[in-house]
Structure formats: structure tokens, C-alpha cells
Design a protein around this ligand. Sequence first.
Ligand SMILES: [Zn+2]
Ligand SMILES: [Zn+2]
Length: 292
Amino acid sequence: MDAHKKLRQRDALELASGYSERFRIVEVSAIGVFFLLLAGLAYQLWDPTRRSPWLVLSAILLAYLAADFVSGLVHWLGDTWGSPEWMIIGESLIRPFREHHVDQEAITRHDFVETNGSNCLISIPVAVAALIIRLRGDDDLSIFAVSFLGSLIFWVFATNQFHKWAHLSDPPLVVAWLQRLHLVLPPEHHAIHHAAPFSKYYCITVGWLNWPLTKLRFFVALEHLISMLTGALPRHDDFGELAAAETETATRPEGTGGYASEGTSTCSASSSGFPRKRAATATNEPGESVTR
Ligand SMILES: [Zn+2]
Ligand SMILES: [Zn+2]
């Protein structure tokens, strides 16, 4: 039997119902604190930016690349390990990623708080660290570090918004233009991740790192390492033991090249939701095989 026929993902409504009123209050508070801290950082960086604009600009650009990597790493963690039932991390990190695979359009119905609250929450400790560094130092290294960390949390905040835009069938004109230039996550590029078993192209800020990380088999290597050290099976909670085991086998270097090249998936996530007219124009990345 084909591995993809054994996929059993959780019910979308069950996953969506995991978003509680209690957590929403946490998210609203986190957004308020996040923007206060960001305003504080911008104020602290005003003079250094006028003094050394190239130093700050290079930190901002490097942070964009770093945010793309962080988005991939966090996304991979949420997709691959753990359970939505876990305390705090399950509700804030794992549940939204699992819901997104079974109902891609849910993200387009999320309001500003649900879209961006979690990323604001995880960025608060970084913002505090950046402020402490700035208050302690005025040398070039400190300014670069503060600019980098401040920009990084801004791009991390923007990531879910960029991801949401990639799922809109009719995004704002300026967003569509940025997507065409691949300056924010383009829908056709992101569609590659939405082919079962969702095991590549995790980066969702802009996606520039997806191709090199896939070629380097970065996440595959991490999965094998974690499995070797802990005995845990990647995607076990999401797919069930049998499908997860076969997916894991298929991603091994000596394997057949994986799931996504095995024809049409029966998983609901790959057969629903992606912006139709835009996905229709999607093209494979060099050397990639895509199933939608
Ligand atoms: Zn995913
Ligand atoms: Zn998506």
C-alpha cells in the first residue's frame, strides 16, 4: 500500500478549537508589549542609524535572511515533533502548524491577533535582550547586534503575515508585486511545502533558504540525528506510526526520493485551499518534484 494512503491527520475543527480565549488574552497582551519594546529599540537606534547607516542597513538585511532560517526551523519543529496537546508549546506553536496542513485557508480567516500574537510572544525575550545590550554599549559591535536583533524580531513578526498573504487568492496589489519579485514569500514557491508529507520548504518569511537547505538535506539530517538519539519518529503524532515510519524511510539518502513525487496525495491538505489561480502557475524549483 502507498504510504500516502495511510496518512491520518487530525480533524481541522478539533485543531481549530484548541485556540482558547485564555490564549487570545495572552496574545493581545504580547502584541502590546512587543510593539512597546520595538518602539523603544527604534528610539535607541535613531542616533546610531544617522551615524552609521550602512552598519544598521547590513544588520537589517542579514536579519531578513536569519528570520527566514528561524521561520524554517520553528516551522519544522512544529510540523515534525511533539503534540498539540502539550502544555503552552502545543497550543501556541504546534497546533497552528498542524491545523494549517489540514485547512490551508484557515490562516486567511485569522484576524491580526491570531495571525501575529504567537510570534510577538516568542520575540519579547529577544527584544528585552537587545535593549539591555543597547543600554550597556555604544560601540559598533553593540549597535550591529542591537540592529540585528531588533530587525530579526520585526521580520519574525512579519513572517506569519507574509505566510498569510501567500495563501490569499487576491492579495493587495503591492503585496502581489513583492511576491512576484520574490521579496516576500511567493505562493507558488510556498505551494511546494503543501505537498504531503510536508517535509521540505519550511522557510516562510521569504523562502530564499528553502532550495539550499533542501539540497543540503539539512532538516532530513536533523530528523535522523534526533531519531537516532531519542528513538522518536518524526511526524508520528501527526500522521500515525505507519505513515510516519514510511515517510522517514523514504527521506533516507538511499531511499526512493520521498513522498512528494509519488502522485496525488489523498491527504486533504494537499487537495484543498491553495489559491487556485496562483497555484496553477506554480513551477517546480530546480530539481524538485511537486504534487498538489
Ligand atoms: Zn508545514
Ligand atoms: Zn502555508
